[in-house]
Each structure stands twice: as C-alpha cells, then as structure tokens.
Design a protein around this ligand. Sequence first.
Ligand SMILES: [Zn+2]
Length: 178
Amino acid sequence: MATVKSILTESRDIERAVALIQLGARLQVLEYETGLSYERLLRLYKEVAGKSPSKGQLPFSTDWFLTWQPNIHASLFLNIHEYLSKTSELEEIDTVIKAFRLYSEQMTASAIEPLLSITRAWRLVKFVDNGMLTLTKCSCCGGHFVTEPYQNRHFVCGLCQPPARAGKGSANGGLRLH
Ligand SMILES: [Zn+2]
C-alpha cells in the first residue's frame, strides 16, 4: 500500500510535469525532474499537450547560449533565476519554472519574440551548476551576462558591443539587464 508520503510526492511530480508540459518542455526534462515512469509521462504529455512529444536529443552544447541574441535572452532568464534562488526557498526545478514564466511574461509585455525555450532554460541552469557557464559582469554597463567561466574583468556584453552585422539600438529589442 502506498504511504501518504509517496502519494504526496507523486502528486507533486504530476503537478510539476503538467506545468513543464504546458511550458513546452521536452520529455527528457520530465524524466529527469520527476519520479514518474516513462509510460506515465508519455500519457500525461499526450493528455496535456494534445500531441506526442517531439523526439531527438536535448541540446548538449553551451555554444547556443553564447551567440549574440540567444545570449541576451539566456542572461535575462538567468538573472531572474538567480534572484529567485536567493530570495525564495523553492526547489530548483520550481525555481526554473517560475523564472521561465517571468521571463515569458516580460517578453510578451515587451512584444519581443522569446528565443529561450523552457528546455534550454533548464539546460542552462544545469550548465551553470556544472560550472560550464556562469554570469559575468559587463565592464561597460554593469549588467550580468551568461559567459564561459574565467572571463577577464574587461568583458563587454553583447548589448554594449553588438556584432558588426547587428544594428545597434533597435536590434537589442529594448532589453536591459541592469
Ligand atoms: Zn554591457
């Protein structure tokens, strides 16, 4: 017979899985973050999303987060995530969910297309946990941006120094990280 504790754990897992599916997470994220079986998650996914989950590998490389525009979005999300981590007692996956919702809301409010998906946001936090990526302060604007570890102190962010092909001003979509 299932104990009360296992019932509570399971209902929390289902709640998290549903929240993640609604945000568009890949099945692998659900498998990693919940104790629910693959079959159960698959059923839940079809029920909530109304379709089968997409197949294929998760993004494994840190490169995407370091390219110009994705970097600005990733940095915005990570700033929100860091803030929530410091100010709330949420478990990590719940912090990711909450931070991603806030990021999406900010994108909608600013009429900017959100480049970051929940799966990538989750992956980003894992990369930071593993010490493969970090936040570094821009020596120009003082904002904190996703970089590889050990950036030197003269690091300048992609908003202060956009690549030559990008028009300064409108291209940053009004994002500010400080
Ligand atoms: Zn800057």
